[in-house]
Design a protein around this ligand. Structure first.
Ligand SMILES: NC(=O)c1ccc[n+]([C@@H]2O[C@H](COP(=O)([O-])OP(=O)(O)OC[C@H]3O[C@@H](n4cnc5c(N)ncnc54)[C@H](O)[C@@H]3O)[C@@H](O)[C@H]2O)c1
Length: 358
């Protein structure tokens, strides 16, 4: 009989309801066994919304949830600064961990997380939205089969014209978020680029970061609905970052991320240049491959359609459960450590005005 994994869900906000619970609703090998949110009214709303009984195990302190008997893993959907803290406590209790991105808000924290996973022998996986899309899977296979040759450089970014999430709330408060669009959006596209490049190790980073839109009222993106706005709240993170990463294999990656900037349209993209072909994946133009055959330039447009695939959260969670069942993990914690090293070095470089060696 198929094992049913018992999950404790921590943080009952937008992404827990909007993506994790809908994924669980379609998966028959998971059972929601306990919930936690620091705000009691959110627990009550959640119970009503998902028809949970009055005595369903529900806690305002995540330490209590970790003591629930029979749990297999926790799914962490709290603000960023808590991912590593809760993950370490859960791993130390012998639980597996799936957490939302970003992995952690500092290199010190992400290192503690990896060490706790190593010590416990339990699985630690962090949400990597873009690895399980139809387009990205196609491109990964295309690259692995050698069709792009040696990938020696690339660009990636997620640039919003306006789309600051939860202005004044935790997203824009450095102590709770770790940073602005670089950490919020950077993890998505930098991860996709590096994963497609074959996970080279980053060796140096240089970058700039700016805060120019803390006072604007204009909001034209559905993304500004994330988190909770707070009138007269804190805004001490960047709203735009640009930078450059060098890797141990000689490759490089140019990056740019904004929650707000004066551009025409929002776009998220990864563009890679290989010796045999280049490729671009973008929310605007889909997947395109640029090559040359029989003396002619060729553009290839695979008809892979992300909307026809399994939604990203569900695909990640299904993969996580496969790993618990013995499958080879696609994400390993050292990749999270490298990611946070890049982000932290970007902020250091922006502050100090020079390149940082990792
Ligand atoms: N992968 C994606 O596509 C994606 C998209 C959006 C958000 N996220 C990530 O998901 C996380 C949550 O984002 P969100 O938009 O749902 O934010 P949110 O503010 O809507 O939800 C966070 C929830 O955590 C709760 N919380 C805060 N402190 C807590 C504590 N100590 N214990 C238990 N609960 C606590 C809050 O009360 C709130 O209900 C963030 O890390 C964010 O980066 C990921």
């Amino acid at each position: 009989m198929q094992k049913k994994y018992k999950v404790g869900l921590i943080g009952l906000g937008g992404i827990a309801k909007g993506a994790h619970m809908s994924a669980y609703g379609r998966m028959d090998n998971v059972e929601l066994a306990a919930i936690c949110d620091i705000v009691p009214s959110k627990i009550e709303d959640f119970k009503k919304r998902y028809h949970l009984s009055d005595d369903f195990p529900a806690f305002t302190d995540y330490h209590d949830l970790l003591n629930v008997e029979g749990l297999d893993y926790v799914d962490i959907c709290t603000p960023n600064y808590l991912h590593s803290v809760i993950a370490v406590d859960a791993l130390n209790k012998g639980l597996h961990v799936f957490t939302e991105k970003p992995d952690a808000v500092s290199v010190a924290e992400v290192t503690k997380m990896k060490e706790a996973a190593d010590r416990s022998g339990k699985t630690l996986m962090v949400m990597r939205n873009n690895r399980h899309r139809n387009t990205t899977r196609f491109l990964k296979n295309y690259i692995s089969d050698g069709h792009m040759g040696d990938i020696y450089c690339g660009r990636c970014g997620w640039i919003r014209r306006r789309g600051i999430p939860g202005k004044g709330g935790w997203f824009t408060t450095k102590e709770q978020s770790g940073g602005g669009p670089l950490i919020d959006l950077g993890v998505h596209m930098i991860d996709l680029a590096i994963w497609l490049m074959g996970n080279p190790t980053p060796v140096t980073v240089t970058g700039c970061a700016y805060t120019k839109f803390a006072d604007t009222e204009v909001s034209d993106s559905e993304h500004s609905a994330f988190g909770e706005k707070k009138a007269n709240g804190i805004f001490d993170v960047e709203d735009l970052a640009m930078g450059f990463i060098r890797f141990d294999n000689g490759a490089c990656l140019q990056i740019e991320f904004s929650w707000a900037s004066n551009i025409k349209n929002e776009e998220n993209f990864v563009e890679l240049r290989g010796t045999k072909a280049g490729a671009k994946i973008s929310n605007v133009s889909g997947l395109e491959i640029f090559s040359e055959s029989y003396g002619q330039l060729t553009d290839i447009k695979p008809l892979a359609d992300d909307l026809k695939g399994i939604p990203q959260h569900e695909a990640n969670l299904r993969h996580f459960l496969d790993v618990l069942g013995g499958a080879e993990p696609d994400f390993v914690p050292v990749q999270g450590v490298n990611m946070i090293k890049i982000l932290e070095a970007m902020y250091q470089s922006a502050e100090l005005g020079h390149e940082i060696a990792l």
